[in-house]
Write a protein that binds this ligand. Structure first.
Ligand SMILES: O=C(O)CCC(=O)C(=O)O
Length: 261
């Protein structure tokens, strides 16, 4: 794969789309994983399968070890790579929740704010089922502070704070339309959000947040995953161990044998 275009496009626009990064079987298993998590956490909405629910899952580690994704991430943040956030934002048919306009960096305790997000599609993610929308170039603006944002009803929106749409030129927003196995990557300063899913189909995406190992996650007891290059011993992040697959606790998947020791 030739990624020479990637850095320039990312620097200019604050995002890129890369097609067919994950094989179709793994993309299908993302959908199966969300269904499996719905049984495991029946009281959690599928937009809210957060980091702590995913970080010890062998299937998530299988995706994290995907070489193509790591090669793309390396082009943006360099060779020493860790993950600090994973989150399925899975929108049900008919009543999948919207995500208000925001910049990821407004929420994150990262020192410095060196990070790139990968949004990996498990299903089609299109305009009609509430795909992510981004406003190109807004990564060159400053971060909104949480105190400058509007409080949102967390029963109706995925995030509880959002930038007031009155302050944005939404006509410039682009739809990030993806097929299963495609990814988009975005900058922590870019303004983005998504509409509700009122269609008859699921919209399932896995967001993965990658930092260089020199970035400190300033939050107590936060667990990261070390993925490539070298750990920076001066930066006091905590890393989880690679999980061992146990059939009583984990979802079975194609490559689970790689997690048996
Ligand atoms: O999945 C969505 O609709 C929004 C995703 C998002 O806000 C993010 O990945 O930072």
């Amino acid at each position: 794969m030739n990624f020479s275009f990637l850095r320039k496009e990312y620097q200019d626009n604050g995002f890129c789309i890369i097609r067919n990064v994950v094989d179709s079987e793994s993309a299908k298993q993302i959908v199966t994983h969300v269904k499996w998590l719905r049984i495991k956490y029946p009281n959690t909405r599928p937009e809210a399968f957060h980091h702590h629910m995913l970080i010890n899952e062998p299937f998530i580690h299988h995706l994290l070890e995907n070489k193509k994704i790591l090669d793309i991430v390396e082009k943006i943040i360099g060779p020493n790579i860790a993950l600090f956030g994973a989150h399925y934002i899975a929108k049900k048919p008919i009543d999948g929740m919207p995500v208000g306009w925001h910049q990821d960096g407004s929420y994150w305790p990262l020192e410095p704010m060196k990070v790139v997000s990968v949004w990996l599609a498990g299903t089609h993610s299109k305009k009609n089922n509430g795909c992510m929308q981004l406003i190109p170039g807004t990564h060159k603006k400053r971060l909104y502070k949480p105190s400058e944002m509007k409080k949102m009803d967390s029963n109706k929106y995925v995030l509880d704070l959002a930038i007031d749409p009155k302050n944005l030129d939404k006509s410039k927003a682009v739809d990030i339309e993806l097929n299963p196995g495609d990814i988009s990557i975005h900058n922590p300063f870019i303004i983005h959000g998504s509409n509700a899913n009122k269609s008859k189909t699921w919209r399932i995406g896995l967001t993965l947040r990658y930092i260089p190992t020199s970035t400190f996650v300033n939050r107590n007891n936060w667990k990261c995953v070390f993925l490539r290059g070298e750990i920076n011993r001066n930066v006091k992040n905590t890393y989880v161990k690679r999980p061992i697959f146990k059939k009583e606790v984990h979802m079975a998947f194609d490559s689970m044998n790689n997690f048996k020791k």
